[in-house]
Design a binder for this molecule. Structure first.
Ligand code: C5P
Length: 422
């Protein structure tokens, strides 16, 4: 049985280009046995026809606050829902909901419900990063509204950036977790998680640097997944992109800066996820003025950067889980196993960056997770968010079993002590 079976889900659809993906969300919820009631804004109908939802959902589309059969449709919907999902949620709907303004059936239902609410924002990067939207999202997150996404990627009009609606599979999975637990799975509540993301930039001169192809997407997916599961997240990132609403973001550029910020944050962390692609070499002596072509080809001497993962591995506090990454181009398992031993990590998440649709810049990934006790977990091609979910499932599950066996050992010891004392 799925988490959706027999549940009444109000599916709010607002007017963004991503509204077409709500059709797939609707189908997935229906396939899982949910009773889906679609509530569309007027804007949504500019992007997707009512007939589509009428045909797919459990009930016909609702749009009006003034229904002939039901004089108070918003309270009926709000009171009887097991979950209200808005996908996509536009800046307008998010703003109205945060401010408590009900100007249509969807916003009125949001304000009239006590059921868990899942909001999946989708908008252009400029809008998503506007201080008003950032404040509104923070306000909703504080009130316990579940914010799922957005992801980074291709947007309407060919632009790239943060603001893309999460995949229908990820949205359905998030709703499933909400329904399963009466809230998104809060299995990381109380845990402090540090995530590094992006590629470092090592200056050659004031305008040039040595960099790499890392997009930071996998690191952000970890930060988002951990935050949604209730963790207190710090993201140390080279990417100019806001993290999850509740996260602390520390922006860095170089390996040296990332080392300082990560070592500091890791002191108090329960879980450290080193998803960043940290440069291994940097110019010894970056020059203070731009190198000129007329001066000929420069000889740039390199030195090694601090190995952050190895530093953290060597000084790992008791009970901390350290996850390293290995971006490999050959012998993925062999190189990752060597890294696991050499760096003092508890897990290495290895991927073949030459594989199709996996690694740098893609929205999908395929990895092999090696644990320090020799277990190997292959995670097949899926969204980076789902990869993060699979790795965190493993981390959380192992931490749970370790805590349980520590309690049993403690119990055994105290029983033995008691017997001795008798
Ligand atoms: O040895 P390699 O650099 O391939 O190991 C990759 C892992 O080590 C990643 O988790 C990366 O974030 C981390 N790393 C690091 N400091 C470096 C280089 C890599 O923490 N200077």
């Amino acid at each position: 049985m799925t988490a959706f079976a027999g549940k009444r889900i109000v599916l709010g659809v607002s007017g963004g280009i991503a509204a077409y993906k709500a059709v797939e969300v609707c189908r997935r919820l229906m396939d899982g046995g949910a009773h889906v009631i679609p509530v569309l804004t007027r804007g949504a109908t500019r992007f997707v026809g009512r007939t589509t939802f009428d045909a797919l959902a459990s009930e016909p589309v609702r749009m009006s606050l003034f229904d002939e059969d039901d004089p108070i449709p918003h309270t009926t919907l709000g009171q009887t829902a097991d979950c209200v999902l808005v996908a996509p949620a536009t800046a307008r709907v998010i703003g109205a909901y945060a401010a408590g303004i009900s100007s249509d059936l969807l916003t009125a239902t949001l304000i009239a419900t006590r059921a868990p609410v899942v909001i999946c924002p989708a908008m252009h990067t400029e809008m998503w990063e506007h201080p008003a939207v950032i404040d509104n999202i923070a306000k909703l997150a504080e009130r316990g509204v579940h914010i799922v996404g957005p992801e980074s990627g291709r947007l309407a009009g060919g632009d790239e950036g943060a603001g893309r609606l999460c995949s229908p599979a990820d949205i359905a999975a998030a709703v499933g977790r909400v329904l399963d637990s009466g809230g998104l799975r809060a299995d990381m509540a109380g845990l402090s998680v540090v995530v590094t993301a992006g590629g470092t930039r090592e200056p050659i001169d004031p305008v040039r640097y040595i960099g790499n192809r890392s997009s930071g997407k996998q690191g952000y997916a970890f930060a988002e997944e951990a935050a949604d599961r209730g963790a207190d997240v710090t993201i140390v990132t080279t990417v100019d992109r806001p993290g999850p609403a509740s996260a602390t973001v520390v922006k860095v550029d170089t390996a040296e800066e990332m080392a300082a910020a990560t070592v500091k944050a890791a002191k108090q962390a329960d879980v450290v996820i080193m998803a960043a692609a940290v440069a291994d070499f940097r110019p010894i002596d970056p020059v203070g003025v731009k190198l000129k072509k007329r001066d000929g080809v420069p000889a740039i001497e390199l030195e090694t950067t601090p190995d952050i993962l190895a530093t953290l591995g060597a000084a790992k506090p008791h009970g901390q889980t350290l996850v390293g990454f290995a971006a490999e181009t050959c012998d993925v398992a062999g190189n990752a196993a060597a890294k696991l031993r050499g760096k003092g990590a508890d897990y290495i998440v290895a991927n073949d960056v030459t594989a199709e649709n996996a690694g740098f810049a893609y929205d999908t990934n395929e990895v092999l997770v090696l644990a320090s006790d020799g277990r190997v977990h292959p995670v097949g091609l899926r969204s980076k968010r789902q990869v993060a979910q699979a790795v965190l499932d493993l981390v959380v599950g192992d931490r749970h079993s370790q805590a349980q066996s520590a309690t049993q050992v403690a119990d055994g010891t105290s029983r033995a002590d008691n017997q001795e004392n008798q």
